[in-house]
Ligand binder design. Sequence first.
Ligand code: MN
Ligand code: MN
Length: 325
Amino acid sequence: MNKRKAVNWNKIDNDIYKIFWDQNVRQFWVDEEIPVTEDKKDWENNKLTPKEKDTYEKVLAALTLLDTEQGGLGMPSIVLKVDNLHQKAIFSFMQMMEQMHAKSYSTIFSTLSSEARIQELFDWVEDNQYLQQKINLIIDHYQTNLTNEKFSLYRALSSAVLLETFLFYSGFFYPLWFAGKGMLIRSAEIISLIIRDESIHGVFTGLIAQEELEKFAESEQVMLQEEVIEMVKNLHKIEMQYTADLYGSLSLDVEVMKYVEYNADKALMNLGMDPYFNIKEEDVNPIILNGISPETKNHDFFSTKGNGYIKTTKTDAIDDSVFDI
Ligand code: MN
Ligand code: MN
């Protein structure tokens, strides 16, 4: 019989596990606490054109798919594969929040959209080739992670970081865009809370990915990092098409891609790699930065200053020094 070990929170290999556990718990939130109904007046008073409404709804439906897969397959595959019991606990908590994120978009839908329209949106998700392409690229690595392949955990961890710190942002853009102009601000509060979560998820998953990478020979590390860059390029190509398709007729596709590339760089930095697109914060449309709610404004654990320098900032009640790992 295997001797099974119990998780011992009184004896932790690395202080960061307690820090990340506490911060994740501190950030816990429930979608129903946000008074989304207040957005109804913006929606019903036709402040948005039909095309804008259509895009807004599609963006949220697409985000629902990404969180569904992250909660149902991505994080569970990582929970099963990591050995460390404290890491398992933290990833499990994060997995539960993915389900909260997925559910929260439905809270927005049920406030703004009709039942028939909601069904149409979920059908659209299944039929949008770009959306399906990008999530399937990520999912391939999650499924391989359940095998015994030597590099599978690193590939799953790095894919999770690309999903959370990079691919979500073509969707987050639009709610933030409206909130930056003072519209649909309650829904954007939900988005801000999700961004705050994804931010800590990306940092933690990135750290564990870096630890995993160090287990391999130098040449293998180079190969795996080249794979990540290749994946970024492939996903970027799909994002260009997806963004043109969704935002092109609103003439926002260029702005969206800049924001997406800015976040792709952050994903690479979470993985301990150099930025690829070199987009600076001042290149991002200020309306977007304005759209992130003030309470969650400091959502960047890692923000760039100059040449790929990584700086640790804070969210809510946490001191900078704790992330100096
Ligand atoms: Mn999520
Ligand atoms: Mn996440």
